[in-house]
Design a protein around this ligand. Structure first.
Ligand code: NAP
Length: 534
């Protein structure tokens, strides 16, 4: 069950949002009396309520807005009990002073917006002595391991417990609450009006994550990244799981750099079976796996991990997706290697450029790399055995294939292009890996020049579809995935997809990942530092 927190300044707004949520199917709302800017009328809020309520009135030190006296606050909470509120939220320090009465259930709560208390279990044990029906613990989460402790606490508590790690690191505790036995989780009415850090909206909880479908035996998938906020992967994967009626959920795990190993160690407890991996972990992941697909090893980056018992298997679906997108753009499906002998100019020398350049070299393409920072272009060219040119001379080349692997043109800088329009020629195939927006300036100008084009959405959906196939061993619902991405980035449906389910091939097999003995990581960069983010 989801409890939706409503914090509005006026009774009228609070009542309207309550009604709206009940109409949408909400089963429980929290009315935050501390947000109301005038004398609170409990009668107005409780009379004809369309679904059950938790009454809460938070002081400033507990993250609330209450500006009245403490005495007045306690009177309000007592009145809520007398008036028959379904639940009343009593902080630990006042729960002993406010007696149980009637049918109102007592939520005894502890909030800490500054830290994750080292003695969490002791705090929880104290609250059990205060006659709770439900215990609520909401503290800041600073480390993925904090989520584990919180979820374990929920699972082992003798009294139903809602345990939340606030902040975006703690989002898994909000989403997996039900799986671990919490009676409900909290959400906000609107994602732009979160009442606590990391709170998701009711709509996100229901539409993106299908919270009410998450059960004890639901398998968990997710994306590990830092930062995590912008990822479209939860939208696309959850929609696909739902379409195939799979008992799975895909959630965002914010894992800071250097903490991937520890996180992978905890995956069993979370029931995590598969992960997408992105910045800054794609290279570090190589060292945390028991076996790796050959291409991922050669590129030096992993973007997908499958977890089975102690096995951790790594793949790189970015690479396969980029090459398949290019082959589609080239469009000579019958030739055994339509790319052989062509000149490809790769803009950028980061993670995506490395995967693209590597894949093209494998297909005997004459690859030329160019990058804003020369040194990285030179290094990449050296690694994969291709040419490189200075960024300022990139227009002098006449490539058959142009691939943008820089973020130039990405939202919000949509008026920028990495390649000047009048150097685009009709015979060129232009592939822009940027997917937000789908129609980048480079793609629009290339179309106007009559070039064949491939967008980053094509690649993005392909890599996700390949991950889906690895995660589920089932055919991905491609059209739905494309639709989800386009809707999320606000793209028009100008081009219907793109490729079919049969185009998503099985991923290559993985090979055992022996530990390196030369003291080098697989990804050391030009200066001996870790290589670029992928
Ligand atoms: P990355 O490792 O950080 O590399 C970024 C590259 O872009 C570097 O070579 C960097 O040059 C260059 N660059 C950055 N800002 C630039 C600018 N203003 N002008 C010229 N060059 C610039 O990133 P990545 O993971 O390779 O991702 C690159 C892009 O690929 C992303 O922005 C994203 O749009 C796209 N992408 C698409 C998909 C997909 O599925 N479609 C997946 C992942 C990424 P320096 O070396 O000089 O810094």
């Amino acid at each position: 069950m989801i409890c939706v927190s409503i914090g509005r300044g006026r009774h009228k707004q609070m009542i309207a949002e309550h009604q709206h949520l009940a109409d949408q199917g909400a089963e429980l709302v929290e009315l935050r009396l501390d947000y109301i800017r005038r004398d609170v009328s409990l009668a107005r809020l409780l009379k004809d309520r369309p679904c059950p309520v938790v009454i809460a009135c938070r002081r400033k030190e507990d993250g609330g807005k209450w500006a009245g006296t403490e005495q007045a606050r306690r009177i309000l909470l007592r009145s809520a009990i007398v008036d028959g509120a379904d639940y009343v939220d009593l902080e630990e320090d006042i729960a002993g002073a406010i007696a149980r009465y009637g049918k109102t259930k007592r939520i005894v709560s502890y909030h800490n917006f500054n830290e994750f208390p080292e003695d969490l279990e002791r705090v929880h044990a104290r609250m059990l002595t205060l006659d709770p029906d439900i215990v609520k613990v909401a503290v800041m989460g600073y480390h993925p391991g904090h989520n584990i402790r919180m979820l374990k606490l929920i699972r082992t508590s003798p009294v139903p417990t809602v345990g939340i790690c606030m902040g975006d690191i703690g989002i898994p505790t909000r989403l997996l609450a039900g799986k671990f036995g919490a009676p409900f989780t909290y959400a906000t009415f609107h994602h732009e009006r979160a009442l606590a850090p990391g709170q998701l909206s009711y709509r996100q909880m229901v539409e993106t994550y299908g919270y009410d479908r998450i059960r004890e035996d639901t398998e968990v998938f997710g994306v590990v990244a830092d930062p995590i906020g912008h990822s479209l992967s939860p939208i696309i994967h959850n929609a696909a799981f739902r379409a195939l009626n799979l008992n799975r959920v895909y959630i965002p795990f914010r894992v800071p750099e250097g903490e991937l190993d520890a996180f992978l160690h905890d995956c069993d407890l979370l029931d995590v079976k598969g992960l997408s991996v992105t910045i800054p972990h794609k290279e570090a992941a190589l060292r945390a796996l028991t076996s790796i697909e050959a291409a991922a090893r050669e590129i030096g980056a992993v973007n997908t991990i499958l977890i089975e018992g102690t096995e951790r298997r790594g793949y790189n679906t970015d690479y396969h997706a980029a090459i398949d997108s290019i082959l589609r753009g080239v469009g000579e499906g019958d030739a055994s290697n339509p790319l052989a002998g062509r000149i490809a100019l790769v803009l950028g020398a980061g993670g995506v450029a490395r995967a693209v350049a590597f894949g093209l070299r494998q297909r005997d393409v004459d690859v030329v790399v160019t990058n804003r920072t020369d040194e990285r272009a030179r290094y990449l060219a050296q690694q994969i055995g291709c040419r490189w040119v200075d960024w300022s001379t990139r227009h002098a080349l006449k490539p058959h294939l142009l691939v943008n692997c820089t973020p130039v043109g990405m939202h919000p800088n949509v008026d920028e292009t990495p390649y000047l329009r009048h150097y685009l020629r009709r015979q060129m195939v232009v592939f822009d890996t940027v997917y937000n927006p789908e129609q980048t300036l480079l793609i629009k100008e290339a179309r106007r020049q009559g070039c064949r084009t491939v967008t980053g959405v094509d690649m993005f959906v392909r890599q996700a579809a390949m991950q889906f196939k690895l995660f589920t061993k089932q055919s991905p619902p491609i059209a739905l995935m494309v639709e989800q991405v386009r809707r999320a980035i606000g793209a028009a449906r100008i081009e219907t997809p793109i490729f079919g389910e049969a185009d998503i091939e099985d991923q290559a097999t993985v090979e055992a990942n022996p530990p390196r003995t030369d003291g080098l990581s697989a990804v050391d960069g030009p200066d001996g530092e870790g290589a670029d983010d992928d």
